[in-house]
Design a protein. Sequence first.
Length: 66
Amino acid sequence: GIDVKQVTIVVNFDLPVKQGEEPDYETYLHRIGRTGRFGKKGLAFNMIEVDELPSLMKIQDHFRKS
């Protein structure tokens, strides 16, 4: 993939999911890890539909426990 050092915002237009609609935590982390690197701050936005809220909550809970 492309490695841009000055990415400050990542927008997820769809949440990464595995089969069965289970969130793909590794892919999510890889995506948002593109921002805020090299000691800089960054933002990640998730554009979701109401039916995706449970998946977003699972992602949030997963990374709070990590």
